[in-house]
Design a protein around this ligand. Structure first.
Ligand code: NDP
Ligand code: MG
Length: 390
């Protein structure tokens, strides 16, 4: 019998994490769940642990440790707490693939540990590649570790490349839904509410990525993610708005041929493909019907109104730690926006201001990313405090 694939899910209580559990549950003969981790949501982590009986769980919020420990005392499950524990559990011998489904910069260090331990990476946590793509891809090459994309656009590109790995890419097109504010003028964008920003037209996701989708920062982060995943130059990556979210992205080859991957918007498919590649497992996910979408449309993104997309291209051109600073600024700005401390348009303003003020370090080492992340966050926090005083 084929050995089961041991899976660690970092961020199992989130949007990607819970959908990944549905995928794993559907193929009990193929997957063995080894590790589950949560940030703060102890109740859901406990429920998941009782159901899936992993080898270990981690709750990174240490104040919740006793609660999780007490609830699982009669189970044969190791319980750990804190960020450092994430780095240890991914190294376990039983783990084959680590699905990085936690949000933000917190994904960087455990991903480095997982790669160093030779684990296959199913990467949802795009921020890891945005912050330190140079370091991560170099390390993965050295350790002969594969990084399979979970992000739907990057999964689409990857699916188009299967069987084509020897053929150079001329260009890729990342599709973007345009978010809830597609077609808005800058004046209209100044008055949008948090509730509107949290309502994505096609996808149900965690709060941070939902705001990033509304501000087009998500597409900016994905451009940088694509650069590192597929080894592309900035001018080989284009963004096209496609409001129906049916074409998940496209590759153009050197003979002019274009390949696209299509389907209804459902993250379970890219999650599953990252875990089962090169196989495709049979699913009962709803199938696409052409008559439900007689028109698929495409348009240019408005980079003047949605400045974050340009900031991402700028950070990519600047290289070094520029994208790390942009990511940190954005994480802080989005957190402040979710706390109703700043307005929607101030997110991009703060991001730009941070890029102008935090020094870019070329050829960075790990410590340079850590220092830049801390500097950018401190800079944005001070700016937000200043705004509140005025
Ligand atoms: P969610 O906010 O829904 O979930 C995030 C998960 O990470 C939760 O399990 C949360 O725990 C945990 N977490 C949050 N902060 C920390 C921290 N500091 N340390 C450790 N764990 C933490 O996010 P999503 O699932 O939407 O997104 C996850 C990643 O996948 C992001 O990088 C996102 O960009 C990417 N992605 C998501 C898509 C989607 O459809 N949702 C699509 C494509 C990419 P808890 O809730 O217990 O606090
Ligand atoms: Mg995406």
């Amino acid at each position: 019998m084929q050995e089961k694939k041991g899976i660690a899910i970092l961020g199992s209580t989130g949007s990607i994490g819970t959908q990944a559990l549905d995928v794993i549950e559907a193929y009990p003969a193929y997957f063995e769940l080894q590790v589950l981790t949560a940030g703060k949501n102890a109740d859901l982590l406990i429920e998941q642990a009782k159901k899936f009986q992993p080898n270990s769980v981690v709750i990174t919020d240490e104040t919740q440790y006793q609660k999780v420990k007490d609830a699982l005392w009669s189970e044969d499950i190791h319980v750990y707490a804190g960020q450092e524990a994430l780095c240890q559990v991914v190294e376990s011998n039983e783990v084959h693939t680590v699905l990085t489904a936690l949000v933000g910069y917190a994904g960087l260090k455990p991903t480095i540990h997982a790669i160093e331990a030779g684990k296959t990476i199913a990467l949802a946590n795009k921020e890891t590649l945005v912050v330190a793509g140079e370091l991560i891809t170099k390390l993965a090459r050295e350790k002969a570790v594969n990084i399979y994309p979970v992000d739907s656009e990057h999964s689409a590109i990857f699916q188009c490349l299967v069987g084509e790995f020897q053929n150079p890419i001329e260009k890729i097109y990342l599709t973007a839904s345009g978010g809830p504010f597609r077609g808005f003028t800058y004046e209209q964008l100044q008055n949008v509410s948090l509730e509107q920003a949290l309502k994505h037209p096609n996808w149900s996701m965690g709060a941070k990525i939902t705001i990033d989708s509304a501000s087009l920062m998500n597409k900016g982060l994905e451009v940088i993610e694509a650069k590192w995943l597929f080894g592309l130059e900035p001018d080989q990556i284009d963004v096209i708005v496609h409001p129906q979210s049916i074409v998940h992205s496209l590759v153009q080859f050197e003979d002019g041929s274009m390949k696209a991957q299509m389907g209804l918007p459902d993250m379970k498919l890219p999650i599953q493909f990252a875990l089962t590649y090169p196989a495709r497992f049979k699913t009962d996910f709803p199938r696409f019907n052409f008559m439900d979408y007689p028109q698929l449309t495409f348009e240019q993104p408005d980079r003047k109104v949605f400045k974050n997309l340009d900031l991402a291209y700028r950070a990519m051109a600047d290289q070094g730690t520029a994208a790390c600073a942009l990511n940190a600024a954005n994480e802080e700005a989005v957190a402040a926006y979710l706390d109703r401390k700043i307005s929607f348009v101030e997110i991009a303003q703060l991001n730009e201001y941070c890029m102008q003020n935090v020094v870019n370090i070329l050829h960075p080492k790990y410590e340079d990313y850590v220092a830049t992340d801390a500097k950018a966050r401190a800079f944005i926090q001070a700016e937000i405090l200043n705004k509140q005083r005025v």
